[in-house]
Design a protein around this ligand. Structure first.
Ligand code: ADP
Ligand code: ASP
Ligand code: MG
Length: 458
């Protein structure tokens, strides 16, 4: 298929890149320096979404006014640095008033729909402010409500976008403006068929950028964040992590899926569908370069990265009878699917099943899948054990199933951390260990040191 806008770039700026006036200024300079950037997707200013999620959970009046004051301070610190603050300050005041009313409603009767409506205000405010910052630099910036094109289902907190609708809406609402305007819009938020605001799950702005990139079939998607690319592990955990200059879609997708927070897990799917390269770099240090994610890389290494996902849950189901294991498996998976429990990793033995569940996707960060009705249904067939607060540490690489050396070596390094579950073999590109949450950093450091900081013969 021919690319209609071969040079257009969609640029996404994360929370720290729009945290305050100076950060917005730096990000605005990146936009102005590259005339190919025609669409800008923004996160809420750093810390704002967390405050809004707390408000959405339902707080008492004192706690509410405390959070609202913090929100107001973040916004007005930016407004105070604008040359002409009057119009925008009115708009932000209105949004803060909405937040206050929604927070009160959430305290009386919290709901997932209300939460998404409330949380969306972070992106609405940052995008309005950024538009002003850019306009003051005399660039032709125009604010656009992403909900007009990002249509989703009604799975509040973790909504699924409608790709076909986005593609059609982008044609009529975005494409005609690309020539003359820089479109400034929000990441993370969408709208369902009933007109209610939805969100795509925490970190979802990356996903929005790549969805819009796909819909417009652009030349590149740039993700500007607070690290100069994708590293061999989170550099906050292992300071000796090395930047990966080029990585394939599938390797980076595995990293993101297994917890490398630098990209929302779904980010690369739209990019992959249209073969659009994704660049990841630091808005604080553009000269430092970054990582290019594209379809293939030369000589993919055996070990690519170590990722970690926290707050994981382990569900163990032990059969109460001597029935055949295939019957028990079928029965348990039927029940789990009837209760919408999506198991992330699974291991089985004769009469037991262990499932790792990831409750962290939804905007609220809470797992609502382990309901009383699920436990009631399960308990007539099995004994149930639940362990929360675990961490999934994953080695991402290529052909990891070839030979046993890696598994033995890695397992021996992690043995002291009382590993609860190991998954090896289902994918040749990942090797996963579920361990106690408090062991996560030490396990990541140990693995990274052994596989990326020393020479390996296995
Ligand atoms: P943004 O607000 O820009 O979206 P995030 O906080 O979501 O930024 O993602 C950037 C963070 O991702 C980094 O500060 C880093 O701590 C973390 N991170 C986790 N794994 C990796 C990795 N493999 N490479 C780079 N950063 C990583
Ligand atoms: N503001 C949202 C969050 O903090 C979305 C994003 O930053 O990508 O999760
Ligand atoms: Mg992010």
């Amino acid at each position: 298929m021919t690319r209609i806008y071969p040079h257009v770039v969609v640029a996404k700026f994360g929370g720290t890149s729009v945290a305050d006036f100076d950060a917005m200024n730096r990000s605005a300079r990146i936009v102005i320096a590259n005339p190919d950037i025609r669409v800008v997707v923004l996160s809420a200013s750093a810390g704002v979404t967390n405050l809004l999620v707390e408000l959405a959970g339902g707080l008492d009046p004192l706690q509410r006014s405390d959070k609202l004051a913090t929100l107001q301070a973040i916004q007005f610190a930016i407004i105070s640095r604008l040359k002409q603050p009057s119009v925008i300050s009115k708009e932000i005041e209105n949004l803060l008033e909405n937040i206050s009313q929604l927070a009160q409603a959430a305290a009386e009767s919290p709901s997932a729909a209300l939460s998404d409506e409330l949380v969306s205000h972070g992106e609405l405010m940052s995008s309005l402010l950024f538009t002003e910052v850019l306009r003051e630099k005399e660039a032709g910036a125009s604010w656009f409500d992403a909900r007009n094109v990002i249509r989703t289902d009604s799975n509040y907190g973790c909504a699924e976008p409608d790709i076909a609708a986005l593609s059609a809406l982008a044609e009529t609402q975005l494409r005609p403006r690309l020539e003359n305007e820089i479109i400034i819009t929000q990441g993370f938020i969408g709208r369902d068929a009933d007109g209610h605001t939805t969100t795509l799950g925490r970190g979802g702005s990356d996903y929005t950028a790549s969805l819009i990139g796909e819909a417009l079939h652009v030349g590149r998607v740039d993700i500007w964040t607070d690290v100069a690319g994708i590293y061999t592990t989170d550099p906050r955990i292992a300071p000796k992590a090395q930047r990966i200059d080029q990585i394939s879609f599938s390797e980076a997708t595995d990293m993101a899926a297994y917890g490398a927070k630098v990209l929302h897990p779904a980010t690369l799917l739209p990019a992959m569908r249209k073969n659009i390269p994704v660049f990841v770099g630091s808005s604080k240090d553009t000269a430092a370069g970054g990582t290019l994610v594209c379809s293939t890389t030369e000589n993919p290494p055996r070990y690519r990265a170590v990722a970690v996902r926290r707050k994981q849950t382990l569900l163990r189901l032990h059969s109460l009878t001597e029935q055949s294991s295939s019957h028990f498996l079928a029965q348990m998976f039927t029940l789990l699917s009837q209760h919408s429990v999506a198991a992330d990793l699974v291991t089985t033995s004769e009469n037991s099943i262990a499932l790792a569940l990831d409750p962290t996707n939804a905007t609220s960060g809470e797992d609502h899948s382990l309901t009383t009705s699920l436990f009631t249904a399960l308990s007539s067939h099995c004994r149930i054990e639940v362990e929360t607060g675990l961490a999934l540490v994953t080695l991402v690489g290529n052909q990891l199933t070839e030979g046993t050396g890696i598994c033995n070596e890695v397992y021996s390094r992690l043995e002291e951390h009382s590993v609860r579950m190991v998954c090896h073999g289902a994918s040749s590109n990942t090797l996963c260990f579920l361990l106690p949450g408090e062991a996560a950093d030490s396990a990541v450091k140990t693995l990274h040191h052994r596989l990326f900081e020393q020479s390996c013969s296995f």
